[in-house]
Design a protein around this ligand. Structure first.
Ligand SMILES: Cc1cc2nc3c(=O)[nH]c(=O)nc-3n(C[C@H](O)[C@H](O)[C@H](O)COP(=O)(O)O)c2cc1C
Length: 192
């Protein structure tokens, strides 16, 4: 039997009641067979300090190791002032360093995002995509998962109740897995 494909989920929010963390929890129950979605919480990641790049603080070392061992990354980003939260950018920056030792390089990635606004993180996702491309990640373009008016789609326990959002997340996960398998095929020249 093949080992499971591991997707690592990273939400750009530390908030206990975060819709983005809740969306990742929902995604854990929507993965295709033979796939596991593990999450990483960013609470212990300190502010980036280039003087501490090498060796990095223990929480950063753990994050880098988890990114390296994952087959693909799924980001769940809030939108802060039309961009990605500092918490997420900070973690992305750490994992990209020191120069020449980025753990993001060539890693398949997808994104989704939940906001209480009516654009569902569209602007934040555009900016996240730009950063991930800069890091030479293999970013899935579609389907887009923009969870607008998130307060209506989750119940008071942070459970995703909106069926159409669940379906979109399910499609995103399937597309990410297909994408990861295709990139890892020997003819793609990328080893797992
Ligand atoms: C600093 C800050 C800036 C925000 N800016 C936006 C924004 O530009 N667009 C938007 O739709 N929501 C914005 N919001 C509201 C977020 O969508 C909302 O707080 C959401 O719940 C954050 O995601 P989370 O639930 O995963 O923590 C902002 C919230 C904060 C705290």
């Amino acid at each position: 039997m093949n080992p499971p494909i591991i997707i690592m989920g990273i939400a750009g929010s530390l908030r206990a009641g975060s819709y983005n963390r809740a969306a990742l929890r929902a995604a854990q129950g929507l993965v295709p067979q033979g796939v596991r979605l593990d999450t990483f919480e960013l609470n212990e990641i300190p502010l980036f300090d280039q003087d501490r790049e090498s060796p990095p603080p223990p929480a950063v070392a753990e994050l880098k190791a988890r990114v390296r061992s994952a087959d693909a990354i799924l980001f769940a980003t809030p939108e802060y002032n039309h961009s990605i939260p500092g918490v997420l950018k900070n973690a992305i920056d750490w994992v990209s360093r020191p120069y020449g030792d980025s753990a993001w390089d060539s890693k398949p990635a997808a994104m989704m995002g939940a906001s209480i606004g009516s654009f569902g993180t569209a602007r934040a996702q555009d900016q996240l995509r730009q950063v991930l491309i800069t890091l030479n990640m293999r970013v899935l373009n579609r389907p887009e998962v923009l969870i607008a008016n998130a307060q209506r789609g989750f119940d008071e326990h942070g459970v995703l109740t909106d069926e159409s959002t669940k379906e979109r997340i399910r499609k995103l996960l399937h597309a990410l897995v297909d994408w990861t398998i295709r990139l890892n095929a020997p003819e793609a020249g990328i080893s797992r």
